[in-house]
Ligand binder design. Sequence first.
Ligand code: ARG
Length: 288
Amino acid sequence: MPSVYDTGLPPGPFADLPPPTCALMAHPADFQIVWEINAHMSGRAGSVDVSLAHAQWTRLREALEAIGLEILVVPASPGLCDLVFTANQSFPMRDGSRRIVLAKMRALERAPEVLVVAKTWTQAGYLVEPLRGDPVFEAGGDALWVPGRRVVLCGHGFRTDRPALDELALAIDAPIVAFHLQDERFYHLDTCLCPLDSTCALYVAEAFSEADVARILQIFPQAVAISVDEATTHFSCNGASIRGHFLVQRGADQAIEVARSRGLVIVQLDTGEFLKSGGSVTCLHNVF
Ligand code: ARG
């Protein structure tokens, strides 16, 4: 039976995980900041330039298509201002089974997004299922597959509830390495940990306990720490390493230098309107 590791690490070897071929995105027509549910959003209500956001989203979509991903789009839904962050509502299995684990959002304001996303998956022929007991689970925001391996890294504390991880391990039949997040600016795991390849990741040391930093370095011996400043202003750890490319907010220089040294082709994008809401490249899509 797969387990959750709060200390130590699961014993390998781990089964292979095929590379993704598609990505889920949600149309940004209704993106705005109306509520404040993370530290980055505070004082930002009404500040989104909707047409600029649309242009930035379109450029990200084109960049994902250019590296060979097929895009499945969730239509915009009136009033669902955060729907555009499709990392959060669902967790695709990525093993060819066409199974999708549904999220449960912590904020009531975001709760209806899950049904909207579930409908898109169902229409595309995927099988959706919630976690048993319906614990709070913010999917790809807090659950990251290790590149190429059937093992998942999960954050909990600010959004995802720790009990959700036991249910997730059962649902996906894969071991989980759990991290109790420490700093509210890094409220999702995908804001402070970014796997680049099987031995290297970017991380923000201040977002984790010392023991968890040591575990990150065991999993990714070549991991490199990014400054809090760059990780909050440029969301460096929300960059995405996909198919030999690293897509990241323009100007995330520390992250770019590391990714380049790993042989990744750098694709710099402007996600400025979405940064105001506490999200960037990885939050805005969900690979499968
Ligand atoms: N405003 C959104 C929220 O606070 C941003 C979500 C960002 N998503 C992510 N995967 N980090 O829920």
